[in-house]
Ligand binder design. Sequence first.
Ligand SMILES: NC(=O)c1ccc[n+]([C@@H]2O[C@H](COP(=O)([O-])OP(=O)(O)OC[C@H]3O[C@@H](n4cnc5c(N)ncnc54)[C@H](OP(=O)(O)O)[C@@H]3O)[C@@H](O)[C@H]2O)c1
Length: 289
Amino acid sequence: MMATPLDVNMSNSIAVVTGATGGIGKEIARALAGMGATVVIGARNPDRGERARADIGAGAAGPVSVMRLDVARQSSIREFAAAFTKRFGELHVLINNAGAWFTDRRESPDGLELTFATNVLGPHLLAELLLDPLRTPSRSRVVNVVSSIQGNYDATDLQFTRRPYDGSKAYGQSKQALSMLTWGLASRLAGTGVTANTAAPGFVKTDFNQNAHGFRATMINLSLRLFGVSPEKGADTPVWVAAAPELDGVTGKYFAARKEQEAKTRDRGPIVDLERRCQQLEQEAAQRG
Ligand SMILES: NC(=O)c1ccc[n+]([C@@H]2O[C@H](COP(=O)([O-])OP(=O)(O)OC[C@H]3O[C@@H](n4cnc5c(N)ncnc54)[C@H](OP(=O)(O)O)[C@@H]3O)[C@@H](O)[C@H]2O)c1
């Protein structure tokens, strides 16, 4: 059963949705544009971005545009943030939805393990670089799309250089780390009008297994096809966290199926440590140019 559609007018809101070329992200973008928001699709592949824009734009109340953004490439995030800030100046909703998992260990253009670069460092750097436009309106929201799969966090081996690489563990670690960064962001921004929460979409029938191979990936794929919900349903909680009037001012929470869930990773020390590690990796990449 679909949840009740939100009766919210977002015609004065600007939203950025990463990974909105397909899957859950495209449905998040469609729902926000349907409520009248100006939606910017952050896409690494402009052709796929354009196809999504054409698909969503036809029935949307708000304008939809595409800007180039590869969340696994730090120079791309910096270029996107600068171009977005120049073009729009303000941002009401940032949805860090782009994400991936890989059964083999890969590296980003910056030489970082690709799950960590895509699912953790990308959302961290993007939110940091968009803080000025997020602070410009009196109210704005950051929504980080996570998963109920979280765990295997090791601050001393975030990129699986010491541990044998395991794609599921790397993915679980990445979503735990993204959650921890969300609590850190929420506490740093307390009282500013910018909120930061996480949303899990559930088990959703998308192309999420496109980079996974082998027996486990085949089984997950089969289960997804059999038991996964539609991308539209998967988008429901992230959209609700981004737009529901009853969540005005609510920050530092974890939601699934439109309900608050317990989050176990709130210790301050590890969060501050992770923020420092992310900043260091970002500075190193910036210095390399
Ligand atoms: N499906 C599930 O059951 C499930 C469950 C829990 C959480 N999630 C989370 O939901 C989010 C969306 O996943 P999905 O299921 O919709 O998967 P999907 O169908 O594979 O879509 C992933 C999206 O992310 C984009 N993307 C990946 N890497 C990127 C990069 N480096 N830069 C920019 N965009 C990038 C893809 O763009 P391209 O078109 O360029 O590939 C695509 O638009 C992810 O964060 C995932 O972890 C999914």
